[in-house]
Structure formats: structure tokens, C-alpha cells
Write a protein that binds this ligand. Structure first.
Ligand SMILES: Cc1cc2nc3c(=O)[nH]c(=O)nc-3n(C[C@H](O)[C@H](O)[C@H](O)COP(=O)(O)O)c2cc1C
Length: 496
């Protein structure tokens, strides 16, 4: 059943190694393990060791295996933590039902092909599911039951929600948002929740508070990585991440209404907390080492979730995303999706000629985005750069957008820097756009700023359009000459 990326991906939904989507995180893990994509680690402590191991492994090599932590110190044998669920081309292809890729751009392209046919599929409501295997109510709630890690040495506490889904219902329109926001354990039955200004969850929370009502919320802390993919990316306001992820799956997710607030709980999830936020009920949250590689925002007073129910499977798996100086256990997977979304946004804006997009891990998946184009007219590169910097997928906490010609590989930093150094005249080809959407996690914004603006640098590293024909020729052997000489001297070359 295995296929390669040469297959057309546009006329079928699920083209992966298996003929149907995985049922849940556990089946996904089995499949990933059979491809050699999972490493089991026994005996690590929740206190700093999970985070440090994730850092060591992901700094050692790109597309490192997922880490399944078992026998965590001080916890029952079955309670596990998974880091890096979707952080490689193969795991992304497995998750999304794509053929096995040869390169990262293959996955980006498959994602885009999927999006051309993608229709949101709303979840179906069911009565039973493994998430109901254990329910802790009221005074029996104890969040320390789970091996929530203290991730980095300077963190303000333990974080149960990193690769999580924070699920809320819009009080006016009734649609359900599911987003990844960090969730710190404050006590056995309360957590903090940090949402950046402008994020959908924060807009929804503020609507409840304006109406003088508490904001009901679920925090799902272990689930199908496809739900995390949807929750961690900027999907249009009003579109539920459940529907979006269902559209990728080709079939609906099953959900069960939660006991107190009737919010949808993924039936096959691992751990879910249910509670509410009340205006004025605050607690110190953070600091937390973040994805830019900095502790950019200090601790602050943030709303508290009072937790009244905990639902979990037997032997639950907590999913962990470990923000750090990149690369991290989530940076590769996020680069793929962000690249696909920005590429789509440029095309939807009516601009042709884009050859590839890559949001570099070194730029924490947001701050250094490169687009290669086949230049068709004067101003083409600038137009592409403006849309990439301003579209919904690319606007938040951005920094540099670089546009290169189609002979430059946007995934190769060496190639990109060479193009910047040779085809860009800074005085003519760098534009600064001021006061764009950012947030308190942007290290360039001073602590306590009343607003979170930062600027963007658009770098046109394409050959000047009017000189395309007479721009100095690139030095390098033709493919034919290279192939002939490489074949003739294969003995020597194979030893180098
Ligand atoms: C591991 C991880 C943790 C994140 N933590 C936060 C967070 O604590 N607060 C926040 O505002 N955004 C956070 N984000 C970014 C949001 O998940 C992302 O912007 C998402 O699109 C927000 O959903 P929304 O568009 O429904 O608001 C995080 C992303 C990832 C991948």
C-alpha cells in the first residue's frame, strides 16, 4: 500500500502507508514506532529531565525521533509522556495520510494539495469512549496525579499543558475553538492559562467576561497529533479546529459532551481537565522558556482555571511540546504547516509564480520565512513579500521575509544567505513595515510595553527584474558536466 510522492495526492483523501487514519494517539504511536520514529526512554524524572532530554535529542539532529517517556520517577508505570509527536517528515506524512516523502517540501506540497480539496468535517457526538475510563470529580481532582514536567530550570512551575488543546465555545456564535496555550499547574485543582492578545481563546474569554459570566473551558493534555496540528496553527476565526482536523482526517472526530459544561471532549483523548475561568480570579503565571529561545515575558497575573473534573484513560499519555532555543521537538512539524499555509495565502491573494516556501526552524518557525518565485514582472517579489508578512498565517510575531529566485533552495540557509548577499542591494531591496502584530513573547519588545508591535524586514533577494537577462551568470558546472565527471571519478568521490 506504500506510495511515493510521485502519486497524485489531489484525488484521494488518505494515501499513506495505511488505508485508514489512525484511531487515536496510541495507534499513531504504534505506526510511528514501526517506522523507527519513536525512542522509548525509561526512568527520567518529570523535574527537568524530560525537558533536558528533549533538548539534547533535538539539538543533536533535525527530525529526531519522538521520545516516549516511560517509568517516570515517582509515577505509576503506565503513566507516560510523549515529546515530538509530529516533528519529522515521516511522522507528519503518517499523521496526515500522505505518501512517504523524500523532502520536507514534499510534505508542504502534499499539505497544499490536500488544502485544495479540504472541507471541514464537524465531529460526531457519541456517548462512550476511552476518555471516560476514569473520572475524578470535585474533591477527588488531583493534577499532581500526572507527571506534568517542570520543563526548564527557570520556569515558574510545572506545565501540564504544552502540546494541548484549550477548548472553549464562543458565547455569541456557538462555534468551538481549540487552541494550544500553555497551562501551568498551580495546585491540585487549579491551573493558569496564558493567552496572547488577539488569540481566539482570549477573544472568547473576554466575551464571557464582558457578559459578566465565567468562561467554561476544557484542557486536553493528550490526543491525536492531528488535533494539535490544527490547534497550534492560526486557523480562521469562526472555524473550529475539530472541523479543520476532521477535514484532514477525511472522517469526523468523535466527541463526548463534558459533564459540567457540555463542551466537546475528543472521545479517544488521553487526559482532559474541565473547569472555568472567572474574571478577577488571578494567580502568578510563568515565567516559561518559550519557542523563540528566550524567557521573553516575566511572570504575570493571569486568570485561573478552577478544575472540577479530570477525565483520563487508563495508563494515560501526556503529550509534551518543549519550547526552547530552536530546533525543538515541534519546530520541524510546525515549519511544514506554516510554510504550506503561507504558500496557500499567497496563491489565494491571486499571486502566481511561487515555487516553494520554507519557514526556518532557526527563525522559530515565524521569524525567518523564505519564498522562492519565478519572477514574472517588476514588483512581483515585493508583492509576494507583503502578503507573506501580512497574511493570517504569517503575521503574528514575524520578523524577516526573504524572497528568492527559483534557482535558490529556500530550505537551504547557505543558498538563501548567498542570494541575500549577491542579489539584494540593501538601500533598494529592503523594506521596513512598522507596527505589525506581535505579542509579549517577542524578545525585541521591552517588558511591560503597553502595546505589542514589532516591525518586519522584507528582503527582496531576487535578481533585479530589469536586469534578469544581463545579471552576471552564476558560476557552476552544468548538470551534464557534473554528472559526467562524477561518474568518471566515482571511486575518488565516494571516498570523500
Ligand atoms: C507548543 C505551543 C505552545 C503555545 N503556547 C501558546 C501560549 O501559551 N499562548 C498563546 O497565546 N499562544 C501559544 N501558542 C501559539 C498558538 O497555539 C497559536 O497561535 C494558535 O493558532 C492559537 O489558536 P487560535 O488561533 O485559535 O487563537 C503555542 C503554540 C505551540 C505550538
Amino acid at each position: 500500500m506504500s506510495q511515493t510522492m510521485d502519486s497524485k495526492t489531489s484525488d484521494r483523501k488518505w494515501l499513506g502507508l495505511y488505508d485508514r487514519p489512525h484511531r487515536d494517539l496510541r495507534e499513531f504511536l504504534e505506526r510511528a514506532e514501526s517506522l523507527g520514529e519513536v525512542t522509548r526512554v525509561k526512568g527520567a524524572s518529570w523535574d527537568l529531565e524530560l525537558g533536558a532530554l528533549a533538548e539534547i535529542v533535538n539539538h543533536k539532529r533535525s527530525e529526531a525521533p519522538a521520545l516516549l517517556f516511560e517509568d517516570i520517577t515517582g509515577y505509576p508505570k503506565g503513566f507516560r509522556v510523549l515529546s515530538g509527536s509530529g516533528n519529522s517528515s515521516k511522522r507528519m506524512a503518517l499523521m496526515l495520510g500522505f505518501p512517504m516523502p523524500r523532502t520536507a517540501i514534499d510534505v508542504v506540497q502534499a499539505y497544499r494539495d490536500r488544502m485544495k480539496l479540504h472541507k471541514p468535517i464537524p465531529p460526531t457526538t457519541v456517548k462512550h469512549g476511552p476518555i471516560l475510563e476514569n473520572i475524578d470529580r470535585d474533591e477527588n481532582v488531583d493534577l499532581y496525579k500526572f507527571p506534568a514536567p517542570r520543563v526548564h530550570e527557570k520556569d515558574g512551575g510545572r506545565y501540564i499543558g504544552t502540546e494541548d488543546l484549550v477548548i472553549m465555545r464562543d458565547p455569541d456564535e456557538g462555534w468551538v475553538n481549540a487552541a494550544t496555550y500553555r497551562v501551568q499547574v498551580h495546585s491540585k485543582n487549579s491551573t493558569g492559562l496564558w493567552m496572547s492578545p488577539g488569540k481566539h481563546g482570549r477573544q472568547i474569554r473576554d466575551k464571557y467576561f464582558k457578559q459578566g459570566r465565567p468562561c467554561p473551558v476544557l484542557v486536553c493534555c493528550g490526543h491525536d497529533p492531528l488535533l494539535f496540528l490544527a490547534a497550534a496553527n492560526e486557523i480562521k476565526f469562526g472555524v473550529s479546529e475539530f472541523d479543520y482536523a476532521g477535514g484532514h482526517r477525511g472522517e469526523p472526530f468523535e466527541v463526548i459532551p463534558s459533564e459540567i459544561h457540555g463542551l466537546p471532549m475528543p472521545a479517544h483523548a488521553e487526559i482532559i481537565l474541565e473547569g472555568e475561568l472567572t474574571e478577577g480570579d488571578l494567580h502568578t503565571e510563568g515565567p516559561f522558556g518559550e519557542f523563540t529561545g528566550y524567557y521573553a515575558s516575566p511572570s504575570s497575573e493571569q486568570p485561573v482555571i478552577r478544575v472540577h473534573r479530570v477525565y483520563h484513560r487508563n495508563d494515560p499519555i501526556l503529550t509534551l511540546a518543549t519550547p526552547m532555543r530552536p530546533p525543538s521537538d515541534m519546530s520541524f512539524g510546525r515549519s511544514i504547516v506554516k510554510s504550506g499555509m503561507i504558500w496557500d495565502a499567497i496563491e489565494r491573494a491571486g499571486i502566481s509564480g511561487v515555487q516553494a516556501v520554507w519557514c526556518h526552524e532557526a527563525g522559530a518557525m515565524r521569524l525567518f520565512n523564505v519564498i522562492s518565485i519565478k519572477q514574472a514582472y517588476a514588483g512581483h517579489a515585493k508583492q509576494v513579500g507583503l502578503v507573506a508578512a501580512g497574511c493570517q498565517a504569517g503575521a503574528y510575531l514575524g520578523r524577516f521575509v526573504v524572497v528568492v529566485d527559483d534557482d535558490v533552495d529556500p530550505t537551504d540557509l547557505f543558498d538563501v544567505v548567498w542570494a541575500m548577499c549577491t542579489r539584494c542591494d540593501p538601500a533598494l531591496d529592503i523594506e521596513i513595515i512598522r507596527r505589525m502584530w506581535s505579542g509579549p513573547l517577542d524578545p525585541i519588545i521591552p517588558h511591560g510595553s503597553p502595546v505589542n508591535y514589532s516591525s518586519r524586514g522584507l528582503i527582496d533577494a531576487c535578481r533585479p527584474f530589469e536586469r534578469i537577462k544581463d545579471f552576471p551568470a552564476v558560476v557552476g558546472a552544468t548538470p551534464e558536466l557534473r554528472a559526467r565527471v562524477a561518474a568518471k571519478f566515482a571511486d575518488i568521490l565516494n571516498k570523500i
